[in-house]
Design a protein. Structure first.
Lengths: 486, 121, 329
């Protein structure tokens, strides 16, 4: 029995005690459960990464580049008011190491000279190409023109449309694309030189079954970038960014790999996803009204394939890496996390028909329950847990030692899983992190429980609350989802 | 005779090429990456020719050539590549590579090409 | 609730944090070990490399140098072997024979053959890779046998190595791995087949026979290979495959192959292909049509253009405008 301090037996006190005890156990059980599930995913992810690293060591990339069956790839670059960086991004995309690719830049009704800069630099002339998205996909922004360079050897097409938001712009680009595969890139992401060649491997092996593939995403903060390439990896200096590096490691590298191994990968990040164009057109590509558009797309693809009973695969490839900038200020991080959770709720609710529906196999029976229980509800329990601990300590209703012991167990589970992720990632991908960076990462695993996790949990709840209250997305001049002030 | 910069992350190739070129009487400086190469070029003005490997992690050979040409460098560049597809060669020549050699290569042929490139101007 | 005694909680707490501490130590330890090992290896490499390179580039015989290298043993000897093999991979010409001779001298092939039977996958894989590079005639059976290795990594390496011994048997061995569960990447098999088909008429015949194999993966791989070997003689067979094969993956392979080796006779099959329910089959059938001379495909292309297919429209529009009749001089 829990030892109780010798307290005055007021009714309020009894009530508080009962409430605490009744809420504490489920909360603790939740923490143990979520970490047990994480552990399974991490271990599965490790197995998957090991296997794919072994295959990778066998496949000579030079071989892939000269492969007889290379599938063409279209890189779609949505652009809104990017006149300062657009040329660099386009050059970077044109220079990507891939044997057969084209770049489609979609000017989403920029009010700055983005289009003029492009026109000038690449000597653009009218193109005969048209946007045709087929019966399942509608474009909202009116197409104002399609341009291409006078020099036909540059595989570039520029699509000019009225402002209608990133998703709609991307959809228009998909309607214009001419290659088998599509990858959507943002101008602030940096790709490893061989990232696309590696990401496309699953399609080469199984061109008709594989419908989508996602790659690894890492934080670029702290790494050195020269001429659009990461030349030196490193941990960032601000602690906020450091925590995120560890978070990404846990969620991406091993979490996604684990789900991929289970055949239930529910989310391919918009930052690094390769899709088959025919499937995108059939499912209606990105939904402009959803905030979690990448999550929505992946679920849509799953639903479409399962309804057609087609044997299909949605995979995660662990080696190819896309580097993206993570928020380095609290304000931007706040917005990002609130938005993510809002998107999560909207999409989960939209596809609630798939939940626990055996028709959708592992997606419905494993993946979605996980997302509902351990992604959607997680911040609720985290906040609840913090409240309970505080209440217990303040009111002295429960033995302080026991309270702290329980706290230690709950936190310990999380720390163990995170540190295990760091270890397994080191082993499986043979990263050459310095001992200092490793210590830092492990330090983060510990320190993130001293406020970072609680903070992000609160922000996520805020986002959820906003969504439930039905606050719609801001229309009008849509700015790109990103880390700029909006 | 000439000052040559060898850029490759594979130390075996660096050693092979350096030794062969030194035996031909040239001065050879080595760099293990595109970035290191740029540092060398920034500090030494007397480099006559660079032998650059295509596939390097981080900044690839073509990235390096592109960056150098964008800065206005007239450096003669010979690229070593394992890939001989037309598209790759095209990309390289467009970026500003002067000549290519595919791997596996003959050291004698390499020395001959380097000599020819140096003599051409 | 009575189950969760304070004792249990404290035990759990202690166990958990001990585990954490142990994991942290494990991480740091494995890191230090790896660093130490690689530093030692680099040190030995620094000694071995100049010697090996000098040997490889030497214009005349240098018995002293050759002797030093031949006698190198232990960890240093291992690095000498590694460097010799690495240089072997990079060079062409007379240096190659000299290096192979030295490796044989160092007792390499017998050692490798022993290692190729090791129980550990990594050892087998490394040994086979090296044997493949040496490509000695006596190792043909060993390498071909290794294509049946239970480990897909080892099998893939063996398949690649088997390309040095082109012929019917090697083709059969490579294709065998595509049957069953197929964990070997098709790309590796196709690359090996291409090299073999280019070098041996016998191998090419075997690949052609593979077009009617019961296994769909085999048919697809053979179709891809023939497309790469540019023999329009196979256009008819590929067209048949595109039209009649029950497996869409094979149809796709045939369509992709026809992009390179298509002939006028394949146009009806390709037109059929543009109506396939599978997106990639449609696009590649159209690409194959577009690769043929315009006079031959004009009617077919007109028919494709009549059908509203968002997947195919961009391909048609991306083509250069046909020359206008008045432009003739």
């Amino acid at each position: 029995m829990i030892e109780l301090l010798d307290l005055t037996g007021t009714t309020a006190h009894q009530v508080v005690r009962t409430v605490l005890i009744w809420t504490a156990w489920p909360t603790l059980a939740y923490f143990v459960a979520i970490n047990a599930v994480y552990l399974c995913l991490v271990l599965l992810g490790f197995a998957d990464t090991r296997r794919s690293a072994a295959r990778r060591s066998v496949l000579d990339l030079a071989e892939t580049a000269t492969s007889p069956v290379s599938l063409g790839l279209t890189v779609i670059l949505p652009a809104y008011n990017e006149s300062a960086v657009i040329i660099e991004s386009v050059r970077s995309a044109l220079a990507l190491d891939y044997p057969d690719h084209e770049v489609v830049v979609v000017n989403d009704g920029s009010t700055d000279p983005t289009l003029a800069v492009l026109r000038e630099t690449f000597d653009l002339v009218e193109s005969r190409r048209v946007v045709d998205t087929g019966p399942h996909l509608e474009i909202r922004g009116r197409v104002r023109g399609v341009l291409e360079p006078r020099d036909p050897s540059i595989p570039l097409v520029v699509l000019d449309t009225e402002n209608s938001g990133r998703s709609d712009a991307v959809n228009a680009g998909i309607g214009l694309a001419a290659k088998d595969l599509v990858v959507i890139m943002d101008s602030d992401s940096v790709m490893d030189p061989d990232a696309l060649l590696l990401a496309v491997q699953p399609f080469l092996d199984d061109p008709l079954r594989v419908v989508a593939a996602g790659g690894n995403i890492r934080a670029v903060n702290g790494s050195r970038v020269v001429a659009g390439r990461v030349t030196a990896e490193g941990m960032p200096r601000p602690w906020l960014a450091r925590f995120q590096v560890v978070e990404y490691l846990r969620a991406f590298s091993l979490g996604r790999a684990g789900w991929s191994r289970l055949g239930a990968l529910l989310l391919i990040s918009g930052a690094f996803g390769v899709y088959r164009r025919d499937v995108l057109l059939a499912v209606g590509a990105l939904d402009p009204d959803t905030i979690g558009e990448d999550f929505e797309l992946t679920l849509k693809v799953h639903r479409w394939c399962r309804r057609r009973r087609r044997d299909y695969r949605v995979v995660y490839v662990s080696e190819p890496t896309c580097w993206t900038e993570v928020p380095s200020t609290l304000a931007v991080l706040h917005r990002q996390r609130a938005r993510w959770h809002r998107g999560l709720w909207e999409v989960l609710w939209k596809y609630r028909g798939m939940l626990l529906n055996p028709r959708y196999g592992r997606i419905g029976m494993l993946g979605l329950p996980y997302y509902w229980l351990f992604e959607l509800l997680a911040p609720l329990f985290e906040v609840l847990g913090a409240v309970i601990i505080l209440a217990a300590l303040l009111t002295g209703a429960v033995n302080a030692t026991m309270t702290l012991a329980l706290l230690g167990v709950a936190i310990g589970c999380g720390v163990l899983v995170t540190i295990l992720s760091v270890l397994l990632e080191e082993i499986s991908l043979r990263r050459a992190s310095t001992a200092g960076d490793l210590l830092l990462m492990m330090g983060c695993a510990l320190l993130e429980n001293l406020g970072y996790r609680q903070l992000t949990a609160v922000w996520r709840l805020q986002g959820w609350w906003q969504a439930v209250r039905g606050r719609t997305a801001v229309w009008g001049e849509m700015t790109r989802s990103g880390f700029d002030a909006s | 005779m000439a000052h040559i910069l060898v850029v490759d992350d594979d130390p075996d190739i660096v050693e092979l090429v350096s030794l062969k070129l030194r035996a031909g009487g040239h001065e050879v400086t080595v760099a293990g990456s595109g970035e290191a190469a740029r540092d060398v070029l920034a500090s030494r003005r007397d480099v006559d020719l660079a032998v650059v490997d295509h596939m390097m992690p981080g900044m690839t050979g073509v990235d390096l050539v592109r960056a150098l040409r964008a800065e206005g460098s007239q450096l003669r560049i010979l690229m070593l590549t394992a890939r001989s597809q037309e598209r790759d060669l095209e990309n390289g020549f467009t970026a500003g590579v002067d000549d290519y050699m595919t791997k596996p290569f003959s050291p004698r042929e390499l020395a001959a090409r380097v000599g020819a490139m140096l003599a051409r101007r | 609730m009575t189950l969760l005694t304070p004792h249990l909680i404290l035990v759990a707490l202690a166990a958990l944090w001990t585990l954490i501490a142990a994991t942290v130590l494990l991480i740091l330890l494995s890191h230090a070990l790896r660093r130490g090992r690689s530093r030692h290896r680099e040190e030995l490499d620094r000694r071995a490399r100049p010697l090996v390179v000098r040997f490889a580039l030497a214009e005349e015989d240098d018995p002293a140098l050759e002797g030093t290298l031949a006698r190198a043993s232990g960890a240093f000897g291992d690095r000498v072997d590694e460097r010799l093999l690495s240089v072997l991979e990079t060079l062409r010409g007379d240096s190659r024979e000299r290096i192979v001779a030295l490796l044989v001298d160092r007792g390499h092939p017998p050692r490798l053959r022993r290692r190729a039977r090791s129980r550990r996958t990594t050892v087998r894989a490394a040994a086979l890779r090296r044997l493949g590079q040496l490509a000695l005639p006596t190792d043909e059976d060993l390498i071909r046998g290794a294509t049946a290795d239970p480990s897909p990594v080892v099998a893939a390496i063996a398949i690649r190595a088997a390309a040095s011994y082109p012929g019917r048997a090697s083709v059969a061995a490579a294709l065998e791995r595509l049957r069953g569960r197929g964990e070997v990447p098709a790309l590796v098999v196709v690359t090996s087949l291409i090299a073999q088909g280019a070098a041996s008429a016998d191998a090419l015949a075997a690949i052609r026979e593979g077009l009617v194999d019961p296994s769909s993966r085999v048919r697809a791989a053979c179709a891809q290979t023939l497309g790469e070997l540019t023999s329009t003689a196979d256009a008819a067979a590929l067209g048949r495959l595109l039209r009649r094969d029950p497996t869409p993956g094979v149809q796709l392979a045939a369509a992709t192959a026809l992009e390179r080796v298509g002939r006028a006779s394949a146009v009806p099959a390709l037109l059929d292909g543009t109506r396939s329910p599978w997106g990639p089959v449609r696009t590649h059938s159209l690409l194959a049509l577009l690769a043929l001379p315009r006079e031959v495909t004009a009617a077919a292309l007109a028919e494709v253009a009549r059908r509203p297919d968002p997947l195919l429209t961009p391909l048609l529009a991306a083509q250069p405008a046909p020359p206008s009749p008045e432009a003739h001089p």
